[in-house]
Design a protein around this ligand. Structure first.
Ligand SMILES: NC(=O)C1=CN([C@@H]2O[C@H](COP(=O)(O)OP(=O)(O)OC[C@H]3O[C@@H](n4cnc5c(N)ncnc54)[C@H](O)[C@@H]3O)[C@@H](O)[C@H]2O)C=CC1
Ligand SMILES: CC(C)CC(=O)C(=O)O
Ligand SMILES: [Mg+2]
Length: 347
């Protein structure tokens, strides 16, 4: 028997509602495969912060490093000042565990409603840099609260950091049928960071002659995602642009409740972390109506990452089957969707 030693961080809001559904589906998908999951729950999030004043203790971080993988729901709560949990828990994990690849696949499944007039075929992957850019907390405020206040937030892009994620994106593109990579940035204005990204893509492209490459400024990319999403295969971009584009990607492929992501440390020096693209959704938390599909698909990404491709494919197929049945527009509870996907695995 192989055991996956999984750290589970349900977090806040709907994170606590969707994670049990993913665990339910994981259990079903692995039943009879010779692989089992051993879970350790970490009750991190708003309540923990209220109780302890800490978002993530050094001890918990060290303990989390010892697991094979992490399944996270979402963090953030209106009772906690904005940024405390997002930076102190989620980003701390991503940075400390060197999750430099934030992998966010987008696929429009048959039967899934999309707001697009002419959706065509949507099947692309966003490779978002996960440890640098505007999210590394480089900045500050002077003369706070005065009319002379100045707030800075500096985007950090290193040659090392950009090159490793660009290499990952090229390898990903080379492994896909379309073999196409789009760099999304804003190098017409952000000339320093954009220049580094552009030169890096040019340099690495020489080693991947089979991959075609193009470029879109991020503002135009938001148009193309709506007007011509079929043009994308692999998008490589920085931390902020990737965050924004992948919420939009979720919206065009059936909704943010379907969009999964993996925070990957490709070398395996640290456990990778799998989570939905969405947040804790305080507006619907506690009602049992959040769609758990994104978290269930994130669990499939995790199995894939750990080399358990067969159960991963089975979860994907069960999700796809469930989506095909959504055309009737009937609303279901979080648990009903989880049950339906788990049941589809029995077929
Ligand atoms: N990875 C994470 O833990 C993330 C945390 N956050 C945090 O979450 C909190 C809420 O942020 P928002 O900007 O409102 O983003 P959000 O992603 O939580 O919600 C945006 C909208 O999508 C809907 N939604 C989200 N997930 C859904 C699901 N599974 N099923 C159905 N509808 C769903 C929500 O009801 C809301 O209308 C904030 O504290 C934010 O910082 C936001 C994004 C990612
Ligand atoms: C809450 C942020 C730190 C992250 C986010 O929105 C994301 O990773 O999609
Ligand atoms: Mg986001």
């Amino acid at each position: 028997m192989t055991t996956i030693d999984l750290a589970v961080i349900p977090g806040d809001g709907i994170g606590k509602e969707v994670v049990p559904e993913a665990l339910k589906v994981l259990g079903k998908a692995l039943s009879g495969t010779g692989v089992e999951i051993a879970t350790t729950h970490y009750d991190l999030g708003a309540e923990y912060w209220q109780r302890t004043g800490q978002a993530l203790s050094d001890e918990d971080l060290e303990a989390i490093k010892g697991h094979d993988a992490i399944l996270l729901g979402a963090v953030g709560d209106p009772s906690v000042p904005s940024g405390i949990l997002e930076r102190g828990l989620l980003l701390r994990l991503r940075f400390a565990l060197d999750h430099y690849v934030n992998l966010r696949p987008s696929k429009l499944y048959p039967g899934v409603p999309t707001p697009l007039a002419e959706p065509g075929q949507i099947d692309f992957v966003v490779v978002r840099e996960g440890t640098e850019g505007l999210y590394c907390g480089n900045g500050g405020v002077v003369r706070q609260g005065t009319p002379q206040e100045i707030a800075t937030e500096v985007s950090v892009n290193t040659a090392f950091g950009v090159e490793r994620v660009v290499r990952y994106a090229f390898a990903k593109a080379a492994s896909r049928p379309a073999k196409h990579l789009t760099l999304v940035h804003k190098h017409n204005v952000l000339v320093h960071a954009g220049g580094l990204w552009r030169r890096t893509v040019e340099a690495v492209s020489a080693q991947y002659p089979e991959v075609t490459v193009d470029y879109a400024h991020v503002d135009a990319a938001t148009i193309y995602l709506v007007a011509d999403p079929g043009r994308f295969d692999v998008i490589v971009t920085d931390n902020l642009f990737g965050d924004i584009l992948t919420d939009e990607a979720g919206a065009i492929t059936g909704g943010i409740g379907l969009a999964a992501s993996g925070n990957i440390n490709p070398e395996g020096a640290f456990p990778s972390m799998f989570e939905p693209v969405h947040g804790s959704a305080p507006d619907i938390a506690g009602q049992g109506i959040a769609d758990p599909t994104a978290t269930i698909s994130a669990a499939a990404l995790m199995l894939d990452h750990l080399g358990h491709t067969r159960p991963a494919r089975r979860i994907e197929a069960a999700v796809e089957a469930d989506m095909a049945g959504r055309a009737d527009g009937r609303s279901r509870s979080t648990a009903e969707i989880g049950d339906a996907i788990a049941q589809a695995l029995e077929a």
